[in-house]
Design a binder for this molecule. Structure first.
Ligand code: PAF
Length: 281
């Protein structure tokens, strides 16, 4: 497995693979890898002949009140996991390598970035869209894999690729869950034992809502039930519970007639957890 710290070296390796007729799949990450990331890597191996993973904690997607310095990091462990998984290359640049001094160009999906989590984290999706565009330009993969857990992020990236004609195929990979249903996330480690136990209310609410969606219930009643079920847990501080069209994230009302996605953002102490489930009427 090759480790690249510069744009020039990863570009050259990818160019060589592509010149040899091989396809390249990219898995962008911010490191501190867990089983969810490794599922993305496994999927990438079936989508491309070569797999590159990027590890870059992107400062531009953190807000001024969000602590970038406490984001968990363990590069040695990450590299060992990726080597074991048979990844071909890891792009691990410094902030200075990615963002040249005086950079002023941004990429933003103007509507998608302001709704839902974008309201809670202003500027977050602008940072994501900008860095993912840069990673696509630097690595130039044929295909890139992202988790469905970050559903709005996946919608933002699909929209950006469509709007800017970026020649990369986006693959969404289903959420990987702990045995009790909690969606895997690097943030879970920051939960206290009590909050970790309480956090199962997210997936329980989503799974139950999935069954309720089949009964002809309206979107507003289903949303109200999910919100009340989460709020009944004293440790859960509900930030948002939304039901949106699964493809466009447009608001939905009345009885569900098309696949919809339930999107949750819930704080446990200082940790903001998100989860989602596509429900089909
Ligand atoms: O999902 C993440 O880990 C990040 O938002 C991403 C896509 C790697 C961009 O920094």
């Amino acid at each position: 497995m090759q480790v690249f710290e510069t744009k020039a070296t990863v570009r050259e390796a990818v160019r060589n693979w592509r010149n040899a007729g091989e396809t390249v799949a990219l898995v962008p990450t911010m490191g501190y890898l867990h089983a969810g990331h490794m599922t993305l890597v496994e999927r990438a191996k079936s989508e491309g002949q070569r797999v590159v993973t990027s590890i870059f904690v992107n400062p531009t997607q953190f807000g001024p009140t969000e602590d970038l310095s406490t984001y968990p990091r363990d590069p040695d462990r990450d590299l060992a996991m990726l080597r074991e998984a048979g990844v071909d290359g890891v792009f691990m640049p410094s902030v200075e390598e990615v963002y040249a001094p005086g950079a002023q160009t941004i990429v933003e999906t103007t509507e998608l970035s302001k709704m839902l989590i974008g309201k809670l984290r202003p500027g977050h999706f602008r940072g994501v869209a900008t860095v993912v565009t840069k990673l696509f330009n630097i690595v130039q993969p044929d295909v890139a894999c992202f988790g469905e857990k970050d559903y709005q992020q996946l919608c933002v990236i699909r929209q950006m690729v469509r709007d800017l004609d970026v020649p990369v195929r986006i693959v969404g990979v289903p959420t990987v869950r702990e045995a009790d249903g909690l969606a895997m996330s690097s943030r879970n480690i920051r939960l206290t034992a009590e909050d970790r136990a309480a956090a199962v209310v997210l997936s329980q609410s989503l799974f139950q809502a999935e069954e309720m969606a089949k009964t002809g219930i309206t979107a507003s009643r289903l949303r109200a039930w999910v919100a009340a079920n989460i709020q009944a847990n004293p440790r859960a501080d509900l930030q948002s519970a939304d039901i949106r069209d699964a493809e466009t994230l447009a608001s939905v009302s009345g009885p569900l007639t098309r696949p919809a996605v339930i999107l949750l953002a819930v704080r446990f102490g200082k940790v903001l957890l998100i989860d989602q489930r596509v429900v089909t009427p």
